[in-house]
Ligand binder design. Structure first.
Ligand SMILES: O=C(O)[C@H](O)[C@@H](O)[C@H](O)[C@H](O)COP(=O)(O)O
Length: 255
């Protein structure tokens, strides 16, 4: 592991299996700390391969020791499709993870799948605001955006994170907590997504990156680069809290 003050912790592991093992320990430790400190743990999930990489949390010792009933689950981004559609990130998370642990269903914040992308983004943002009012979620004292305990972030080969893509203005959003996109280059086209101010207000952000196709974007994100270039979305992940990268050997192969 590489750490230096103000720099991300970069965990370079051998295989995806090692990433899954390290990630389970990291999440269980953060959950423990958060539940002991304030009685709850708020976590945002990405879609994609991340859900499979969470599998070690479903095994002993974590399955029985994590305070699941204190978890609040959010979606960093979601495809605007019915919740039982094979493209739904909620369905992916439910089938592969959430249905296997005792999280109260009321603590899982799926999108309202009957609404348009605009409507679903507004409604999700409204629910976050409500949770802040009820003090279930805290707020960043520096910028007033909601402060989740942990964001689990995947990345696409061209450096997108959540549904914040290179050539799309949503990644420059400064006011909204949740926004929408109707022409996502990665199908399906209609999505809602947390904005960078929300991602970057989190107490902890974990980049979970495995596979050779991601090595070039990892190199851009973690290497030195000229400020003349427009940053990739992944380079805009600059949380006020702690940032940790979990990489397998293939994803780290160009570092
Ligand atoms: O809805 C989505 O498509 C995801 O949330 C997306 O943002 C994902 O996290 C990355 O594209 C990485 O996907 P992979 O892990 O499958 O490479």
């Amino acid at each position: 592991m590489e750490t230096e003050e103000g720099k991300p912790a970069v965990h370079k592991l051998i295989s995806e299996e090692d990433v899954a093992v390290a990630l389970a320990k990291y999440i269980a430790d953060l959950s423990d700390k958060s539940v002991k400190g304030k009685g709850s743990f708020s976590i945002a999930l990405s879609g994609g391969s991340l859900i499979h990489t969470l599998r070690k949390l479903l095994e002993p010792p974590y399955k029985d020791t994590v305070a699941w009933s204190k978890w609040f689950i959010f979606f960093l981004d979601e495809r605007v499709v019915p919740l039982d559609d094979p493209d739904s990130n909620y369905k992916l998370a439910y089938d592969g993870f959430l249905s296997k642990i005792p999280i109260p269903s009321g603590n899982v914040y799926a999108i309202n799948d009957t609404l348009s992308p605009e409507g679903a983004a507004d409604e999700y943002e409204g629910r976050l605001k409500d949770l802040v009012k009820r003090k279930t979620l805290s707020i960043s004292v520096t910028n007033g955006f909601p402060k989740l305990d942990l964001m689990l972030v995947g990345m696409g080969p061209e450096g997108h994170v959540a549904s914040l893509f290179c050539w799309h203005f949503q990644r420059y959003e400064k006011k909204r907590w949740v926004t929408f996109i109707k022409d996502s280059p990665k199908p399906p086209s209609k999505r809602i997504t947390f904005t960078f101010p929300v991602i970057n207000s989190a107490s902890n952000v974990a980049m979970v990156i495995t596979g050779e196709d991601l090595a070039s974007a990892v190199k851009v994100a973690l290497g030195t680069h000229s400020s003349d270039f427009i940053p990739l979305p992944v380079q805009m992940v600059l949380p006020e809290g702690e940032l940790a990268w979990f990489l397998d050997m293939d994803a780290a192969s160009k570092l």
